[in-house]
Design a protein around this ligand. Sequence first.
Ligand code: SF4
Length: 407
Amino acid sequence: MIVINPSHKCPSPQAAIEAPIWCAYIAELCDADSILDAEADGLTLEETADIVGNEDCIIVSMGANPSASSTPKAGVALKLAELIPNASVAGLHFHNMPSVESLVSVTPAWRLLDLSKYRAHNWHCLDGRDRSGYGVIYSSFGCPFKCDYCNIHTLYSGITYRRPLDVLNEIDYLVARGVKNLKFCDELFTVNKDHVNEICDRLSYRNYDLNIWGYAKTGTVNPEMLKNMKRAGFNWLCYGFESGSDEILRGVGKKQTMKRMFEAVEMTREAGINIIGNFIFGLPDDDMKTMYATKRLSKQLGCEWVNYYCAMAYPGSKLYEDTPKEDLPDTWEGYDQYSPNAKPLPTKYLTSQEVLEFRDKAFNSFYSNAGYLQMIERKFGQQAVGHIKEMMQWSVRGTPSLASSLS
Ligand code: SF4
């Protein structure tokens, strides 16, 4: 049995190449002989099918996270399945993923992967560290919150924790295999402070000098926890700030306020942890004024990095159920944030195209802002600015970039 990660790679040279943790979990649970990571190996669908031949295989339609990267991957998984006679497809949208009870009882089959193929995001190593030696791990599955645009509950209801000792044993193994940069894939690592503190205490004691990032939420962090995380090696935390309007946040069930965002940023900065801010343009009640407020907020918060998304009604989310069929993408690729064929949601006041253009321009404007680049240079050095300039040469969705304004 072969487990396959089909190729649906972000074309940017600055993006991470992440070890396919879902393939490793499924391989362990079905006692597979091998994992073919077609994404890391840069294989086309035809090349992948040639290698597999008539072997039994499971094509895993999961990306780095359930919403933004797993949904568009379903299209390539289905195309690949048409080319392989003995293939089945597993993934978020195919309702055949392992139960959470089975996931917490095993360790992914890392032995079947060559971990030297993987590399961290450019921002994760902005301080000039080597991007190779990138590992990923889960310490919990699921999330206790229910945001309308998120489809995590298709996979799990509530949140289930692994035993901290199991997590640490897995980190020991990954470090022995050369991992230096690590991502906690948990939807929300900071929900349970006892869980966080136990893992971080044990990690600090090991003194591995890891460069770690993970996801946090405003209202779930406190100064003591953040300092403990920093001691353990957390250098980056990603917050889903999403919108610069409390009303828009309420409208999609996101339980946070602008006040909480500024408090979380202050505490995180105080602990010496860098911030990645996620923002969404085009939520159902957004108009130009609220989208400008979101863009303004992303600058006011002073994040070291931002991800700008367009709102998408991912299948499995409440937003999907509430959206008229004609406003949904008619291909899986339409859910891809960085595809030329991306089709975000229209809002009550804006077309899909207006949202998309706003997002693309906001991206260029943020990363070409002189004040931002000076902050990056002060903090991480001139080479970090070089990384950002390189990223701008690639440009979001292949549209003309503002890279020239950087030179
Ligand atoms: S907090 Fe994050 S993971 Fe949880 S439901 Fe909201 S978007 Fe999804």
